[in-house]
Structure formats: structure tokens, C-alpha cells
Ligand binder design. Structure first.
Ligand code: SF4
Ligand code: SF4
Length: 410
């Protein structure tokens, strides 16, 4: 095993291969607070990539209801349990030990790679879901956790922020195109690779022999087996769109299908420039601003150790201990910043799902104070890779009054 630096854990860790980084890294921010679980993202992905024979149980994008839902069933609970068994009582963070290269503090527990190394068997700790686990992709949809812990338990006294006594939330999941992918480390055929130009992780279908080691050792269970082809497949990050080869955008990079179709406007996807293994300072790239400056968006289960590249704005109403085990010790600060947004954050939040082209840079034009509020009606302008303006939105939504002659004209 090599030693590599994982900034999300604030320390070095063991990994099968030497540290190597792409020029740009595919990344996204999902705002959980806004998702309505319409599953448009899920169907946009399925109708683009996984509608063929053998792909019936293959959902590269899924939206599950937490805390009970998950696809495959209980994928996270099962792996967390295994990690706990491998290192009883030791899976903890030191959230106070923060610095530039350790924004969430230091993780003192074992990652999936370290837990496997201790056992001396595999490259990453994992498990192979059963056929039953891959059925019913949205089991427990809208099932709430009650105040005593039971599902859908009635809470008669009502509830209010900051934490609800009866709660659930939607978790939107795609492949994280991890910096240190578990799937890639696991593959005995070296069929999985991370593209140097954009960090997208792909399975070479010619090399794959369907051993399913990636299915076993991807901690997020986003490598999936296709029985009729006897190979594994996974999210390809809509790479032709990200490359800019879709004729619609005339050569500039375009968002993935799940992002571009999002009805709730919860998703913002782009590319982060990488320099010496870190996100290069790029103050006006919206992803850099949300993840590295405001730190309002956090990685999912960073303790697994793969350095995932999909970031989440945590849901405001959910009990904090649950969120801390899922997103790490940055949760309280992230929720605080989202609840009381800075002037700049409020403007940048307007960019979500505002254009099909990827926003590489934004500028803000200051506007007037909105009467009777502490908010300013600033305008955010987004630019594509070539520096062309692609979107312009104000904080206050424009208000249109239907002219007299069109009243009740339906
Ligand atoms: S399309 Fe957007 S709002 Fe609808 S389920 Fe997907 S992420 Fe949520
Ligand atoms: S989420 Fe899983 S399939 Fe995707 S890159 Fe990470 S380890 Fe591989």
C-alpha cells in the first residue's frame, strides 16, 4: 500500500496506488434542503444510459429516503457496521484540529482501505449485496423516523427548527468519481481508470471480466453488475456532455443529465482545477466557493476514505448527530452558514440548475436593499469555459403581472 494525502480526512492514509491527480476534477454540489424526490434525475439518467436488457436493476442515479431507505438496501448501515467491528470504538474525528489542508479536522478512525489492510485480505473493506438487496430501489420512501425511534411514529405536539422530532430527508446519489476510488483499487484486471483530464472514473468494458470486486469494494455501491453482459458498469458522468461534444453547446462543457433536468434546482455540477493534489484557488468558481470558501457543502461519509467529489448542503431540520456521522464534523458550521447566508452565498445559490452549460466563473453585481428585509437584490452572472456569459439571475425573482386582457383566459 502507498501513502496518499486525503484532505477530507486531514491526514495521510493507505491506498493501493501512488498518489496521482487529474488536471480537472468532476465535482458537484447537491442541496438536500431543496429536493422534492420527484425522481426526474433518476429517470433522465435511466432513459439515457441504463434502459437496455440486463440493466433492469441498474440505477446510476437514485434518490433514497433517509434514515431507513437505501439502494441497495441499507448499503451504508452495513458498511458502517463492518468498519465499527474492524475498529471498535475507534471510528472518531478530532474536529477541533483544523487547518488549511484539514478543513474538517482530523479523522482518527480507519478508512475502508486501512481496515482491509489490517485484515490483510482485500484492498478495501466491503461486501457484495444479495440479489434481494437490489430489488425495490425506493423501499422506505417518505418513511419518517419518530421521536422514540420507530418509523412513521406520530408526534402529536408538532415540531420546529432547529431539529425536528419526526424527520426524514432525501439523499440524491450518483457515483462520486472519487479521488481514491474503492472500485479502482479493488479491480484485479486493472479495468477501472480515472481520466487525467477530468477525474471521471470509468470501467473499460473490454478488460472487465465481471469479477464484481468493484461492486464489493465501492463503499457507495455505485459499481453495478450486468448479468447478461457479464461485466460491471457504472455512472460515466455523462462524459460526452462534460467534454463539450454535445452539439447543443457548440463545444463548451455541459452539465450531466441528472443535473440538467433537476426540477428542484438542487444540483450544481462543474469542474474543479487541481494543482499539486489540491483544489487550486479559484475564488469565483461556484464549486470552489461553496466547498472550500463557505464550506457549506460537505462530502458524504468522508470517513470511508475515497475522497468523494459530490458535496451536499445538509438538511437543516435533521438531528445533528445523524448528520455528523454522515457528513463529518463540518455539519454544524455548514448548516449555520446556510441558515444565515452571506450576501455572496445567497447570490451563488441562484446558479443551481440555471444553465445547461457548466458555470466556470461567476461575478456579482450589487443591487438595492430589498425593503423590510436584510437582503440585497444582487445579480449573479455565470460564465462558461470560454468566458462567455451564459446566465444572469437576481436574488429577487422578477414579478410579472398578467395584463388585463389575459386574465382568466385559460
Ligand atoms: S430531479 Fe432534483 S428535485 Fe427531483 S428528485 Fe432529483 S435531485 Fe431531487
Ligand atoms: S463512488 Fe464507488 S464507483 Fe464511484 S468512483 Fe467512488 S468507489 Fe468508484
Amino acid at each position: 500500500m502507498a501513502r496518499v494525502y486525503n484532505w477530507q480526512l486531514g491526514r495521510e492514509m493507505d491506498y493501493r496506488f501512488e498518489e496521482a491527480h487529474p488536471q480537472w476534477q468532476f465535482a458537484a454540489v447537491f442541496n438536500i434542503n431543496r429536493c422534492i424526490a420527484c425522481q426526474t434525475c433518476t429517470m433522465a439518467c435511466k432513459s439515457t444510459w441504463t434502459f437496455s436488457r440486463g440493466q433492469e436493476f441498474m440505477w446510476w442515479n437514485n434518490v433514497e429516503t433517509k434514515p431507513y431507505g437505501g439502494y441497495p438496501h441499507h448499503w451504508d448501515v452495513k458498511l458502517l457496521k463492518r468498519l465499527e467491528e474492524a475498529n471498535p470504538g475507534g471510528q472518531v474525528w478530532n474536529g477541533s484540529q483544523r487547518g488549511d489542508r484539514q478543513p474538517y479536522g482530523v479523522y482518527n478512525g480507519k478508512t475502508i482501505f486501512e481496515a482491509a489492510a489490517a485484515e490483510g485480505k482485500e484492498y478495501a473493506l466491503g461486501y457484495l449485496p444479495s440479489d434481494q438487496d437490489w430489488t425495490a430501489p425506493n423501499l422506505y420512501e417518505d418513511t419518517a423516523k419518530g421521536p422514540q425511534g420507530a418509523p412513521n411514529e406520530i408526534h402529536p405536539e408538532g415540531t420546529q427548527l432547529p431539529e425536528h422530532n419526526t424527520w426524514f430527508f432525501y439523499l440524491q446519489r450518483i457515483c462520486n468519481h472519487c479521488t481514491y476510488p474503492g472500485c479502482l483499487a479493488a479491480c484485479p484486471r486493472n479495468a477501472i481508470y480515472k481520466r487525467p483530464e477530468d477525474g471521471i472514473v470509468l470501467i473499460d468494458q473490454q478488460r472487465c471480466r465481471g469479477y464484481r470486486k468493484c461492486v464489493e469494494q465501492c463503499p457507495y455501491k455505485k459499481a453495478l453488475y450486468r448479468p447478461n453482459m457479464r461485466t460491471s458498469e457504472k455512472c460515466v458522468a455523462c462524459y460526452p456532455r462534460v467534454e463539450g461534444s454535445d452539439p447543443l453547446t457548440e463545444g463548451v462543457p455541459m452539465e450531466t443529465r441528472c443535473v440538467a433536468t433537476c426540477v428542484g434546482k438542487i444540483r450544481l455540477q462543474g469542474l474543479a482545477r487541481i494543482e499539486n493534489g489540491d483544489w487550486a484557488e479559484d475564488r469565483n468558481n461556484p464549486l470552489y466557493f461553496l466547498v472550500q470558501v463557505e464550506r457549506v457543502a460537505l462530502p458524504l461519509y468522508p470517513q470511508f476514505g475515497t475522497e468523494p467529489n459530490i458535496y451536499y448542503i445538509p438538511p437543516r431540520w435533521v438531528p445533528r448527530p445523524y448528520l455528523r456521522q454522515m457528513f463529518g464534523p463540518g455539519v454544524d458550521e455548514a448548516i449555520d452558514r446556510y441558515t444565515n447566508p452571506s450576501r455572496e452565498l445567497l447570490a451563488v445559490l441562484q446558479l443551481f440548475r440555471a444553465s445547461q452549460k457548466i458555470v466556470f466563473r461567476y461575478e456579482i453585481e450589487e443591487g438595492e436593499k430589498i425593503p423590510d428585509t436584510d437582503t440585497f437584490n444582487d445579480t449573479v452572472i455565470g460564465f462558461d469555459k470560454e468566458g462567455q456569459e451564459i446566465v444572469r439571475l437576481s436574488v429577487l425573482e422578477p414579478f410579472h403581472v398578467r395584463p388585463e386582457q389575459f386574465q382568466n383566459s385559460i
